[in-house]
Design a binder for this molecule. Structure first.
Ligand SMILES: [Zn+2]
Length: 146
């Protein structure tokens, strides 16, 4: 009888990456923002982010033009990093995947991070893995102050 793994995968976010996303969401609280998570190849560690253009200009949808993905890959290569995930915001929504998000996640074959903003302006983060859009544990890596 096969044993099903119950291990939850982790997506590690460096404090800098979270700050970049938080700043972007603060700057654009109405429309969805989107971008890529950049980190070492083969690791699910986001050291930094790269904001991409949301071609939909919508508060409840996003799409990334092909030329933006090419720019993201070129930037990652320049930094010696890889695209290790995608992020987008749900302004005024919950951090749950929409039906469209699930399809996009499967197509991207990358983990997705969703940032939702509640009515008080607080951000909630949730990550989903590929395949099957399974929830991932979000681990924050923050340099201890000395
Ligand atoms: Zn979404």
């Amino acid at each position: 009888m096969p044993v099903l793994s119950t291990a939850v995968e982790s997506l590690v976010l460096h404090a800098r990456a979270i700050q970049e996303i938080a700043d972007e969401c603060a700057h654009q609280p109405v429309l969805e923002v989107c971008g890529v998570l950049l980190g070492p190849t083969g690791e699910r560690v986001a050291q930094r982010t790269l904001s991409l253009r949301n071609a939909d200009d919508s508060p409840c949808a996003f799409s990334v033009p092909g030329y933006e993905l090419r720019r993201a890959r070129a930037t990652a290569a320049m930094l010696g990093l890889s695209l290790i995930g995608l992020y987008h915001s749900h302004p005024g929504g919950s951090p749950l995947l929409s039906g469209g998000d699930r399809e996009g996640l499967e197509a991207s074959q990358l983990p997705w991070l969703i940032i939702a903003r509640d009515g008080d302006g607080c951000l909630e983060l949730a990550a989903y893995g590929w395949p099957h859009a399974s929830p991932m544990q979000v681990v924050i890596r923050h340099q201890e102050l000395r």
